[in-house]
Design a protein around this ligand. Structure first.
Ligand SMILES: C[S@@+](CC[C@H](N)C(=O)[O-])C[C@H]1O[C@@H](n2cnc3c(N)ncnc32)[C@H](O)[C@@H]1O
Length: 283
């Protein structure tokens, strides 16, 4: 363990002890607390080779979640591969908020559909499905390899029958499905980094799929598309809930107000006091 920590320190990996502990506990298939409760633990010889491989991967700045192929989100474990965006804690704020709203409202059979755009590893769709069992969810994704991971995650959490995964560009696979007015929620954490900013991101973030990060020249490309088309799907009072980047709240708010089919939006702040989530209702 100490050897790994030293190696991570030398390579400039942030939080070297935490990284070493998480890798070791994933190798041992035990929670991290096990390392503290047991003064001595044996690494099975068959797993030593894998441990070395993971330490090597992490030393070369491959994100920790890709190294151990797993990420926690809303208390659930998700498989992640380099084909998918790594779920972030900020996105939990988005999910928590919509679940709280929808749990309080009566569900109508005529408006029991949720659309998750850019589902990635399926974290939003799956964690909503686990908490709101009366909705049918459509999850769209443009990357086929991400969709495969999302489907594996849905099976792992036994919600694969309640989520339909669709391959395609934003709303396009949904257009012919006759969903007009039947959708209660359109939710998305779209790619929102402005193209020119991408080269300034940390080497680790740049190992995530470009397609998951790139929001076009101004970072707003997906917001414009989603806000424009969502009213064709949402029923009256239906919700549009979007995650945004730093400094985007005012611009996304303007897009929603200009649409004229939405009520004035509400913002939810993240742990750093940034307006991270915007929610609006279809009039
Ligand atoms: C920021 S990631 C969010 C992933 C996941 N929903 C989350 O919140 O962790 C954006 C996702 O949108 C997908 N995406 C990018 N362009 C898309 C498009 N035109 N249509 C559908 N999905 C797209 C990316 O592949 C990526 O999985």
């Amino acid at each position: 363990m100490e050897e790994t920590i030293l190696k991570f320190k030398k390579k400039g990996i942030e939080e070297p002890r935490l990284n070493a502990e998480i890798i070791l506990s994933s190798i041992l298939k035990k929670p991290r607390s096990y390392l503290y409760l047991e003064s001595e633990y044996l690494i099975p010889p068959s797993r030593l080779c894998l441990l070395k491989k993971l330490v090597r991967r992490r030393s070369s700045h491959i994100p920790l979640s890709y190294t151990i192929r797993e990420q926690d989100f809303m208390g659930l474990k998700f498989r992640v591969t380099p084909a998918v965006f790594i779920p972030r804690p900020e996105t939990e704020i988005l999910v928590e908020k919509v679940v709280k709203i929808l749990q309080k409202e009566p569900i109508s059979r005529k408006q029991n559909i949720i659309i998750d755009l850019g589902t990635g590893c399926g974290n939003i769709a799956i964690s909503i499905a686990k908490q709101l069992s009366d909705f049918k969810i459509y999850a769209v994704e443009i990357s086929k390899s991400a969709l495969e991971v999302a489907f594996q995650n849905a099976r792992r959490h036994r919600v694969e029958k309640r989520i339909t995964f669709l391959w395609g560009d934003v709303f396009s696979p949904l257009r012919r499905m006759n969903l007009r007015g039947r959708v209660r929620l359109v939710i998305s954490n779209p790619p929102y980094i402005a193209g020119p900013q991408i080269k300034r991101l940390s080497p680790e973030v740049r190992k995530e799929p470009l397609i998951a990060l790139n929001g076009g020249r101004d970072g707003l490309k997906f917001f414009k598309r989603i806000i424009q088309e969502a009213p064709l799907f949402l029923g009256q009072g239906g919700l549009l809930a979007l995650e945004m980047g730093y400094n985007q709240a005012g611009k996304v708010e303007k897009l929603i107000i200009a649409q004229k089919e939405f009520e004035s939006p509400e913002f939810i702040y993240d742990y750093e006091g940034i307006q991270r989530v915007i929610i609006s209702r279809r009039i």
